[in-house]
Design a protein around this ligand. Sequence first.
Ligand code: NAD
Length: 267
Amino acid sequence: MENKSTKELFDFSGKTALVTGGSMGIGYGIVQRFAEAGANIVIADVAEKEAKLKIADLQKKGTKALFVKTDVSDEKQVKNLFKKTLSEFGNLDILVNNAGIFPSVPVLDMDLTLWEKIQAINLRGVFLCSREAAKIMKEKGKGNIINIASIDALHPSGLGLAAYDASKHGVWGFTKNFALEVTKYGIRVNAIAPGGVSTEGVEKMTGGAVKAGSTGGDLIKQFTAKIPLGRFGVPDDIALATLFLASDASSYVVGEILVVDGGYLLS
Ligand SMILES: NC(=O)c1ccc[n+]([C@@H]2O[C@H](COP(=O)([O-])OP(=O)(O)OC[C@H]3O[C@@H](n4cnc5c(N)ncnc54)[C@H](O)[C@@H]3O)[C@@H](O)[C@H]2O)c1
């Protein structure tokens, strides 16, 4: 292995990073760190308005950035996403499968449509994007795929999340076997398991409890009480772990899940 300096290890100049669900929350946190490290950015998201605002902001700061409106659960749209990425930047170095939804509905109240939607976005989306990215990366003999799973891939964090937990266990299983399949092509596949992170999605789920200092957010209060570090996570906590896994600083890490939860799973 090439002996790079620490600065070189975290220099992503000229590389292209594609982040699904990159227009807000954890995804946008990841986008900001890759942009700061010099990468070209592709945001794939269904939220057009938010994505366009973020793209304009990145471009103002000198980052080459592209938005491709994509529902990650739709095969045709995913193929179009990777075609557009290649025609804009000529390569793809990093894929972060981050797009995901987490509706909290008990199994006894859940209809089949919602179950299928959660699996389609959280799990099928990871498969579709990974397959298309790996085709490109295999040609180049190098690439990096990072799947944003969840601590719920390892242990349930709350009631009402059985469908979500099934999808995230799936993401973790997929990560390991896919890593086994493509490491020989120079593609490293790993996962991250975030704990509770303050994002637009969590705000919506908890009715504004996170930023408002847990007012009315019993769920968040109880959750935070179990975090040894004593605070809820922020998107940058996950972004920094992503940067590590995307860099050669982690070149010997394959098919692993990195838990980033302030110690929550210990309690
Ligand atoms: N926030 C947390 O506490 C937490 C904890 C563990 C894991 N995660 C995981 O991290 C990821 C991001 O979560 P977040 O909290 O930032 O969510 P968020 O709701 O704040 O942002 C999710 C983003 O994904 C996009 N998206 C949703 N459906 C999509 C689809 N079909 N195709 C493309 N884009 C789509 C949304 O438009 C949005 O931009 C998810 O996979 C989630 O399961 C979050």
